[in-house]
Design a binder for this molecule. Structure first.
Ligand code: AMP
Ligand code: ZN
Length: 312
């Protein structure tokens, strides 16, 4: 059977940082690349950062909502995720057989045969980005109020991209603000977070830059989509060097979806036009790792100004 638990993706600097995090117990090895336990200290920093995001966004009075790390398969299919990122998707399959099938299953496990081939797809898939479960919920409420809507989300997300880069996990948390409204409203939202995101990260003493970006759209058609996304300036990222200064890591992203989700889900503005949407995503593990990278693996030795900012 093909062993998909380990993949040799990751350069020496990435592996060094990963091993240092394991040695200190900050991340806990599970034997699968990109799937880690987290120490209490790691969680503490991550949660304080999450709270700091809330503080910086508080004036906007977003509506908070939390979804579990899996979502409706139907919603996922409608969202079009499979057109763009089939390589990243994670589905949930279960055993749905009888006693006889159970015996077969156990025999396969015992002999090391592939026991997963008769598993049936369930009605849930793993959430690929915190905002995916939200759009049909917005649509169901009917036309947007004149001022549009703003949501505050956080979810564990799954992406099938096993790697030895500690900043590229298969299961990680994404905090998001999602804006739905007119083009002007959602672009103003994105603009304000481009500013606020930089201010927030600067207050934590990490080097950063903003760059135009594209999503990892799959295949030949995907190449066109990547080019289009960059040309139209639909995605920006806030990058922080974690394991490489030449290739810093995207820790925050600022996405303008135009009317893609508005069309897909039938979200309308107050005057009956197709709504536009935008989201800002904070990679909570990535930011936490960036803080450990720049301030050291020993939390007790972090600069006062940084701990003050996080713990108040
Ligand atoms: P994206 O939807 O790709 O823009 O992702 C939103 C944010 O989630 C990014 O800015 C990253 O900070 C974070 N992120 C994306 N992929 C991963 C991953 N594989 N591991 C950890 N964080 C990730
Ligand atoms: Zn989003």
């Amino acid at each position: 059977m093909l062993d998909q638990s380990k993949s040799p993706v990751g350069d020496a600097a990435q592996l060094d940082f990963l091993n240092a995090l394991f040695d200190k117990g900050i991340l806990v090895d599970t034997g699968v690349d990109g799937l880690y336990g987290r120490s209490g200290e790691f969680e503490d920093v991550l949660n304080r950062f999450d709270a700091l995001v809330t503080k910086h966004g508080a004036a906007d009075k977003a509506e908070a909502m939390r979804f579990p790390p899996a979502m409706s398969r139907k919603t996922f299919e409608t969202s079009g995720y499979l057109k763009s990122f089939p390589q990243l998707a994670g589905t949930v399959h279960s055993f749905c057989g009888n006693d006889h099938d159970h015996t077969t299953l156990l025999e396969r496990v015992a002999t090391g045969e592939d026991w997963t081939k008769d598993q049936q797809a369930t009605n849930v898939v793993l959430t690929p980005a915190a905002c995916y479960p939200l759009y049909p919920v917005i649509a169901k409420r009917g036309p947007l109020p004149v001022e549009g809507r703003l949501f505050d989300l956080q979810s564990y997300c799954f992406r099938h991209e096993p790697s030895q880069d500690p900043a590229r996990m298969q299961l990680f948390r994404m905090r998001e603000y999602v804006r739905a409204g007119t083009q002007e409203q959602v672009l103003a939202f994105r603009e304000s977070w481009l500013e606020r995101g930089q201010k927030l990260m600067r207050s934590l003493g990490v080097p950063l830059e903003i760059d135009i970006a594209n999503d990892p759209f799959f295949g030949r058609a995907g190449r066109m989509m990547k080019a289009g996304q960059r040309e139209q300036g639909l995605k920006f990222e806030l990058l922080i060097p974690i394991t490489s200064t030449e290739k810093p890591t995207a820790c925050l992203s600022f996405n303008y979806h135009q009317d893609h989700f508005g069309q897909t889900w039938g979200i309308e503005t107050a005057d009956g036009a197709v709504a536009h949407t935008a989201c800002v995503g904070f990679g909570l593990e990535r930011v936490t790792l960036a803080l450990f990278k720049h301030h050291g693996l020993d939390l007790a030795k972090w600069p006062k100004a940084v701990t003050q900012e996080l713990w108040g």
